[in-house]
Design a protein around this ligand. Structure first.
Ligand code: ASP
Ligand code: MG
Length: 403
């Protein structure tokens, strides 16, 4: 098999850990696989470089920031290659440029436009392990770019796609994706497999493991992703297309989002175009809307409730105040003390009663549901934040995820 192995900052956090990574790569090669390694900077290194730049300027030129930050990954790549060669395993390190990664020219948050894998294949075919500095590429003019913080996952997935690798393993300090946050429910179980769409919906469970952008890219490029820990030999979680999951569980996981606030608009003028006006203005001001509920209007008025991320409430308020002033809305209230609990599973598509069970589970705990939204593979409920953990635990057991 051709395997891309990506090691995050903590996995290459010091020289001893880089040696451990070299041992793992060597083991994979000895099992008969071709290996391309993608590395992050040693943990803390990128932050240190950012601080160096800020020592001289609060607003350093972004192309210079990219020159600076991209160096962290190159250090790790070169060290790992040196370690591998020392072990008798031929290896070569490559910058983003040598790996053929071309991006747009938006410095510090560039997007990958194309990858020419010729250089990587040449080295692989000559029997070498290829070690690539993640998080970086070059624009059309050869300027170094970086992909945004945490971007080396994205490098790994894009490279796996370009090489048509059989597997892209993402090594972190977390052993995989769990049925829910084990800090809330110690009985949470590690999932063997999960579909891309479920993973995207369970973002809060994967937050520390994988960037959502990488999962989206893996889905688009059809890359089989595995998240696992570099500290033990424990198997991780495979993130793959739904067809590859034989036994589709009704519910795969319970996610909790405490970062939402509810905005309630009362006495909204019930005219065609009002929702369009409100939500377009919010979008223009970069406010991300999640759930929306409009209640049946009467006397020419309606009520509208929606949720936004907590740190976007002030931006939303600015927009809503204009509608108040224009007398299109009578009153507004903001509620910070809510959370969103979601149950996610592809099996829901073909089964009834999944949502009803969630509601009766809440009822049994005397938890009031404030808002509900559903999709093909998800049921989300907004409830009071003080019941967050209780709700997660009771749903986890209601769907027998601890079994
Ligand atoms: N070193 C970069 C960062 O800290 C990229 C990465 O680790 O993925 O953001
Ligand atoms: Mg990282």
């Amino acid at each position: 098999m051709l395997i891309v192995q990506k090691f995050g900052g903590t996995s290459v956090g010091d020289l001893e850990r880089i040696q451990n990574v070299a041992n793992r790569v060597s083991k994979t090669v000895k099992e008969g696989h071709q290996v391309v390694v993608v590395v992050s900077a040693m943990s803390g290194e990128t932050n240190k470089l950012v601080a160096y730049a800020e020592h001289f300027s609060q607003n350093p030129a972004r192309n210079e920031v990219d020159m600076l930050l991209s160096s962290g990954e190159r250090v790790t790549a070169a060290l790992l290659s040196i370690a591998l060669n020392e072990m008798g395993l031929p290896a070569v390190s490559m910058s983003g440029r040598r790996a053929g990664i071309v991006t747009d020219n938006i410095h510090t948050k560039a997007r990958i436009e194309s990858i020419d894998p010729t250089g990587m294949f040449d080295e692989l075919n000559s029997g070498k392990v290829v070690v690539i500095a993640g998080f970086q590429g070059v624009d059309d003019n050869g300027n170094v770019t970086t992909l945004g913080r945490g971007g080396s996952d994205l490098s790994a997935v894009a490279i796996a796609g370009a090489l048509e690798a059989d597997l892209c393993e993402i090594y972190t300090d977390v052993s995989g994706i769990y049925t829910t946050d084990p800090r809330i429910e110690p009985k949470a179980k590690k999932l063997d497999r999960i579909s891309y769409d479920e993973m995207l919906e369970l973002a809060s469970l994967g937050a520390k493991v994988l960037q959502n952008r990488s999962v989206e890219l893996a889905k688009k490029l059809n890359v089989n992703l595995v998240t696992r820990t570099s500290f033990t030999d424990e198997e991780g979680t495979l993130i793959t297309k739904e067809e590859n999951i034989m036994e589709k569980p009704l519910v795969s996981g319970i996610a909790l989002d405490k970062n939402q606030s509810r905005i309630s608009l009362m006495g909204v003028k019930d005219r065609p175009g009002i929702a369009s006006d409100i939500f377009n203005k919010l979008a223009e001001n970069n406010v991300n809307i999640d759930m929306i509920i409009q209640t049946v209007g009467h006397d020419g008025m309606t009520n509208l409730d929606f949720t936004v991320p907590k740190n976007e409430v002030l931006d939303a308020k600015e927009v809503m105040d204009k509608f108040l002033e224009a007398h299109e809305i009578q009153d507004i209230s903001y509620d910070d003390s809510i959370c969103k609990v979601s149950i996610v599973g592809v099996g829901m598509k073909s089964h009834t009663g999944v949502a009803a069970k969630a509601f009766s589970t809440m009822a049994a705990e005397n938890i009031n549901i404030l808002m509900i939204s559903t999709s093909e593979i998800k049921v989300s409920m907004v409830i009071s934040e003080k019941y967050a953990e209780l709700a997660v635990r009771s749903l986890h057991s209601a769907y027998a995820l601890d079994k």
